[in-house]
Write a protein that binds this ligand. Sequence first.
Ligand code: NAD
Ligand code: UDP
Length: 358
Amino acid sequence: MNILVTGGAGYIGSHTLVELYKAGHTAVVVDNLCNSNPESLRRVEAILNDEIGNSNPTDIKFKIPFYRTDIRDREGLEHLFAEHRFDACIHFAGLKAVGESVQKPWEYYENNISGTLVLLDVMRRHCCKNIIFSSSATVYGDPAEIPITERCSKGLCTNPYGWTKSMLEQVLVDIQKADPEWNVVLLRYFNPVGAHPSGRIGENPNGIPNNLMPYITQVAVGKRPQLGIFGNDYPTPDGTGVRDFIHVVDLAAAHVAALQCFAPDFEYRNANFIYNIGTGNGYSVLDMVNAFVRVNGVPVPYTIMPRRPGDIATCYCDPSKAKTELGWRAKFGIEDMVRDSWRWQRQNPEGYPDGDGL
Ligand code: NAD
Ligand code: UDP
């Protein structure tokens, strides 16, 4: 298939490009680079050349078409659709910083919701009605059951970012109901961590990381003095928060598996296409820190801080629906996650170098 990948220069998008090409698909990337660096795309091409290019007798050099375009820019998207025919879109583009979304709700609703509405309109005008949407476990709010299945009802989000995900899920479901030519897949990611095993691509947060793993790696590499652990008095085995951390390469592979939903003879055609994408294992914040120190042999000093507002104690999923229907399951464990996160950070202490754009 030829896939439009919005937000393809970002963390999850870049890893998904690798898995798409390895599975024989092709892609076109649209990204406005508001939270990414085009160097990620060059590195994806380098990985592909090493992993599959050299085994090809004609020594194909991979070049991923890239458009530096904002998904709110209708003319820009029209131009893209005039030049390419797409079988499906994997829609990653969006702003994702929880704290920032509380400070700038209008910007988050405008970027994520208006952007997606423009994208969907251009897609339908060009008869491309297959979409995989990056949703999040955050739509469950404080979950009514653990492990969380897809039957669990959605909950109250604690921030505007989460609401954009929840609202966009509803928009997509309603559009599909009104026009059954649409195929909508909602992938609810749990906690993506890790990096490509080559260490060439990974998570490259701007400023102070919000998320646990990039904070740990920045402490380990000496960029920050210590990790703050937000609360050790939760009702969990060691008192720290428990999450379903998933290796980003497994998450990327889930998108490739989800493309099956678009086949007319897909066995679960009449089911809804909502999938939890996690490992099904809950690890605590201290489990992650201890595994990181043990596997990588580097110290990660930490201090216990007050709970972070909006955090819940425990969140992990039952991923069996994705296994049964898509044949997908996570293959990497906690040791792979901490080892690959560290390899990326160690090899790229400052993230991607500032480039000159593409
Ligand atoms: P990321 O910020 O690395 O990637 C998102 C990409 O979208 C960036 O390259 C950014 O430049 C681009 N972008 C943002 N707004 C755009 C716009 N208006 N037009 C064009 N490009 C735009 O984030 P990520 O971690 O790779 O996340 C990808 C998707 O997965 C996001 O939608 C995010 O909300 C969702 N998600 C992420 C996580 C996580 O923990 N990383 C968890 C659940 C869901
Ligand atoms: N966390 C922490 N210190 C940090 C960042 C996160 O203790 O600097 C904890 C957080 O309280 C939660 C877990 O790590 O229990 C995962 O948080 P993250 O922000 O990575 O993902 P979330 O589950 O909130 O989406």
